[in-house]
Ligand binder design. Structure first.
Ligand code: GLC
Length: 747
């Protein structure tokens, strides 16, 4: 294969396929989304935003829901089912799971991610990957790494200290890579401490491959390629989507000048070839796929993922003989998935009203059930929420219903926490997350006790957004990870801030008791008993409470969990084996500070029992000079820029784009303030978008953010428009109008 072909082979053929080289016996391979169902587009209109059609596939509950199941086996079954549908539809790699940490509740894409806790996210992702790949179909672990906001995601710089990067943001990827062994990892759009992920050798080679033993291929997020020369050196193997021949000549020139070793390109060629040939082997053997069975699986997962947040007077489960009022638009039109690249065209769709009996008026009802949540335009890929509020009319409906009927229950559909000022006015709250296409059947079964809720929250629900430590500085173009490791419950517990519902919280129609905790060396045992009168499942969580007299640390961290199903009266002993990582901090490597570590276990964060304490002689981990008296020693509220710079050890220098120095990393949206040409471009883009979507929809915002809000280089890669067009308008935006015309007219 000559050099030019090698470079071409490391870029897709089109939006979803890799290039074929029949002369070398290499076929093309189809890749497509997504994390909770297949989104295969075969028509002319292909997009990475879920706007255009795709083939019907099972829409499973989104990760925001499945994470609440805390059931690695169940999440593994979803991975396996999606892989069956991928094989059935001729797809070699499907693009999921997403394991980015839920750093702030406003991130528009949190519905696609598992948790605020790295261990829970990593273990669920590892099982999803392992099971999805057991018959050879591949996955793509994403978005690697520190992609924790949608605002300016294609050019944002995630700025954070090494300890936070390692302990919080890389750990879910590390667990998923070491235990799941994904065939591919998708590098994120953003920079990390100034270096784009696609160019980041420390990230993609030294850590991912050198430390974690990853042997697969790194694919860019769609349009995430920054510098193809740097990316070949960094170990970023495949540029997607294809069609632009992005920087092909520059790569050829760099090899010719000896600035890029052809061996780096050969290495990527081998990885692409290996991935494609393995897929060809798998896809050759047609397998059957039972879409009806997958619909049933989607229902079971939705049932097992639902979280019972409130159940005063045991108002739930409902009884058949009761007169029930079903209220709210989401009874007939539930929110069951998120907007963006993960959006599925479901094989079937069952809303609650489709399977619940007829409703009575609210006044006659024994119980009123309100179906409410976040409409799709409130949370989506491509943009972040402005606040944590629900639509005012929904809050009003809940409060009016509760005023008329004290026996009111709320069924909540949303992909992220919302403020719930009405929570004290109702007797029952059932959180469904985004329950997928079978959500209506799951809701019916849960409301009537056919299924017993067993979910636990995988993220904290603050009472109000201002309680969140990053509330005063999220999001910004450069993402300032000022709160460090104090994300989610790690912050709320340490700062002793009251929250609406805690990470790990969830009720059941039965009760569980814990007894006989034992700690033997680093083996922990505890007995769980179902003391109620109906079968149920309990999530046993194990936390390690580290010493608080040395380097600053959270007051407790999740280190193990398991889910047990128990008949009434049944007991089971669960056991956990701890390892060094359960006690470690990152301090230029994983180290165990000496001290006493308390081991806590239980199914409810407010009722954990002590299993014992592990004494660690460990290593001396120096307390940072800046720690005494700092925000990090006693976090409360938002850390200041100065406190963060002290912890970071350097001044934060904001990125500024200015006329005359605009580059292909700048966006039409940013340049239009300084340039008539870019203002015209912006209007043209808006006009094109509004031809297909209404301005007040999630789709419109997403399309605008990911076009006018994309760096020109990403538009070049994803649009198929020639490079000279972008170079031409860039010259004009920099005030070199004649030069711009010359570039546009150049043959
Ligand atoms: C999108 C998403 C990524 C998706 C890809 C292809 O921009 O960030 O998750 O897999 O492009 O649709």
């Amino acid at each position: 294969m000559e050099l030019k072909s090698k470079i071409a082979f490391c870029e897709g053929k089109n939006f979803w396929e890799t290039k074929e080289f029949p002369q070398y016996g290499i076929p093309s391979m189809f890749m497509c989304d997504g994390p909770h169902g297949l989104r295969k587009q075969e028509g002319v209109n292909k997009d990475y935003l879920g706007v255009n059609d795709s083939r019907p596939a099972t829409c499973f509950p989104a990760a925001v829901s499945t994470a609440c199941s805390w059931d690695v086996e169940l999440v593994g079954k979803i991975g396996s089912a999606i892989a069956e549908e991928a094989a059935d539809q001729g797809v070699g790699i499907f693009l999921g799971p997403g394991v980015n940490i839920k750093r702030n509740p406003l991130c528009g894409r949190n519905f696609e991610y598992f948790s605020e806790d790295p261990y829970l996210a990593g273990k669920l992702a590892a099982s999803f990957i392992k099971n999805a790949q057991k018959n050879g179909i591949g996955t793509s672990l994403k978005h690697f790494a520190c992609n924790n906001q949608e605002f300016k995601r294609l050019s944002s710089d995630s700025i954070l200290d090494e300890r936070t990067l390692r302990e919080i943001y890389l750990t879910p990827f590390e667990i998923a890579v070491r235990e799941g062994k994904p065939k591919t990892v998708m590098c994120a759009y953003n920079k990390i401490n100034g270096v784009y992920c696609s160019d980041n050798k420390e990230l993609l080679t030294n850590i991912l491959r050198g430390e974690w033993g990853f042997e697969g291929l790194v694919v860019t997020d769609w349009g995430a390629m920054h510098d193809r020369i740097a990316s070949f050196k960094a170990g970023c193997d495949l540029n997607m989507p294809g069609g632009s021949n992005y920087m092909e000549q520059k790569v050829l020139d760099a090899v010719a000048r000896g600035e890029l070793d052809e061996a780096d390109i050969d290495r990527s060629v081998q990885r692409v070839k290996k991935m494609v040939l393995e897929a060809q082997q798998v896809l050759k053997n047609k397998t059957c796929c039972d879409y009806d069975a997958h619909h049933e699986l989607a229902r079971i997962v939705a049932e097992q993922s639902a979280v019972l947040l409130k159940n005063v007077d045991n108002i739930l489960p409902l009884k058949k003989e009761q007169k029930i009022a079903f209220v709210g638009d989401m009874a007939k039109d539930m929110r069951y998935q998120g907007a963006g690249s993960s959006h599925i065209n479901p094989t079937r769709l069952v809303h609650p009203a489709d399977v619940l009996g007829s409703s009575v008026s609210v006044e006659q009802a024994d119980v009123a059930v309100v179906f409410a949540g976040l409409p799709s335009e409130y949370e989506s890929e491509g943009f972040d929420r402005e606040n944590m509020k629900m639509p005012q009319e929904q809050v009003k409906l809940i409060e009016e219903t509760a005023a008329k009927n004290p026996n009111t229950v709320v069924v909540l559909f949303c992909g992220a926490p919302v403020e719930t000022p009405w929570a004290d006015k109702v007797k029952g709250i059932l959180y469904m997350g985004l329950p997928g296409q079978a959500g209506g059947e799951a809701v019916r079964n849960l409301l009537y006790g056919v299924a017993n809720p067993s979910g636990k929250l995988a993220e904290t629900w603050p009472i109000q957004y201002s309680d969140c430590p990053s509330a005063t500085y999220y999001p910004q173009w450069d993402a300032q990870y000022r709160e460090g490791i104090y994300v989610g419950y790690r912050y709320y517990d340490k700062a002793d801030v009251r929250v609406r519902w805690k990470f790990g919280f969830g009720l059941s129609y039965t009760d569980f008791a814990y007894s006989n905790p034992q700690l033997d060396g680093e083996m922990v045992r505890v007995t769980v008993t179902n003391t109620g009168n109906c079968p149920g499942a309990e999530v046993v969580q194990l936390y390690v409470a580290p010493p608080q007299d040395g380097i600053h640390r959270p007051v407790r961290e999740l280190k193990r969990f398991t889910k047990v199903h128990l008949e009434p009266g049944e007991s089971k002993e669960v056991s956990f084996s701890l390892d060094e990582r359960c006690f470690s901090v990152w301090d230029n490597g994983w180290k165990v500070p000496s001290g006493s570590y308390t081991i806590l276990a239980g199914g409810n964060p407010d009722k954990l029992i002590v299993a014992g304490a592990v004494e660690k002689s460990g290593e001396v981990v120096k307390i940072p000079d800046w720690q005494p008296g700092s925000w990090y020693e006693n976090p409360k509220g938002s850390p200041s820029l100065e406190q963060w710079e002290t912890m970071l050890g350097r001044k934060y220098v904001p990125y500024t784009s200015q006329k005359g120095k605009f580059t292909m990393n700048d966006t039409v949206t940013d340049m239009k303030r300084h340039s008539l040409v870019m203002r015209i471009m912006y209007l043209v883009v808006k006009r094109i978008i509004s031809k297909g979507t209404k301005p007040d929809t999630a789709e419109y915002r997403m399309l605008l953010e990911t076009s006018a809000g994309s760096p020109l280089r990403s538009l070049q890669i994803s649009s198929g428009i020639k490079e000279k067009f972008f170079k031409g308008i860039l010259a004009m935006a920099n005030g070199e109008f004649i030069q711009g015309i010359r570039i546009l007219l150049k043959k």
